[in-house]
Write a protein that binds this ligand. Sequence first.
Ligand SMILES: Cc1ncc(C[n+]2csc(CCOP(=O)(O)OP(=O)(O)O)c2C)c(N)n1
Ligand code: SF4
Ligand SMILES: [Mg+2]
Length: 343
Amino acid sequence: MSTGATKVNRIGLEPQIYKGGKTTLCAGCGHNAISERIIDAFYEMGVDPRQVIKLSGIGCSSKSPAYFLGGSHGFNAVHGRMPSVGTGAMLANGKLIAIGISGDGDTGAIGIGQFVHLMRRNLPIIYIIEDNGCYGLTKGQFSPTADLGSKLKNGVVNDLPPIDTCALAIELGATFVARSFSGDKKQLLSLLKAALSHRGTVMLDVLSPCVTFNDHEGSTKSYSYVKDHDEPLEEISFVPYFENISVDYEPGSTQEVKMHDGSKLFLKKLDEAYDPTDRITALRTLHEVARRGEFATGLIYIEPDREDFLELLNLVDEPLASLPLERIRPPKSALDEIMSSLR
Ligand SMILES: Cc1ncc(C[n+]2csc(CCOP(=O)(O)OP(=O)(O)O)c2C)c(N)n1
Ligand code: SF4
Ligand SMILES: [Mg+2]
């Protein structure tokens, strides 16, 4: 019997508040499934949408922030330039929770320079690449993550090697690097929840098939190819700091990773030797799995305790954006002092 009570999360908000506008992407597009998981993760973690800023570049993927968290702040930036806009936003108000949605073209082609420096800085942001191996919005040309030998619908073969955004991110110093598949609800949800607990940059590459331009035989980013070649590294259980749950596990086969906010990740390893806190193991595994034509998914690398970019800059606690002018503008006497020191 229904009690008539409305379902709410731990901060008293209804699921509806976490939704966005109706999607205009193609039916079955992987990007829509990712938006749904983002809605679930933010609801279940009890994040206040008014505290969130959604950022993106240009592409079908970059349109998707319109389809989740309708009440959040948002900025749809220029193609490939979301990292610098996000950096500015977080410097102005470090109390925000930033989520950036990019595409494999937006990140790997025009935005690669910005991506490289974002990964080095450990800015607090969840950076998601909705990776379909093509430029969906401009009708399916190969992107820099397209695999060598992958075929377009018209038979054209990609003869350039791919950029592995996860390997690149690890190499550059990123502190949370993961790969998932839009069709794997459970894994993606756990990773998104863990992402909300991470201190610094989360780089989450989600294989997200473009059902209109890149879902045919011969494509290595089609739904069926990815499903058949997905090689999860571990089974992930995430226990947030606000839930008092104990997890039983056999020592040796499950690794516990403590996040900065006290949340815990329990990683039941499918490959005994895999340790996501070891950068060299992570890089070697990515290469080995890719050489077999498979995709390693799950938490690939984590460094939970590194200082983030805002801490490194030693900013005041209050958001710069809300400080009065007299606190952000040096007084005339300070300027006079600088000028006289230069004489
Ligand atoms: C400066 C600039 N150059 C090129 C374009 C054309 N353009 C729009 S979206 C896009 C690529 C989108 O691919 P991706 O980031 O992978 O997103 P998807 O549509 O596949 O989700 C390109 C090249 C543009 N909008 N602006
Ligand atoms: S063109 Fe491809 S990437 Fe764009 S919305 Fe359609 S299925 Fe998604
Ligand atoms: Mg793309």
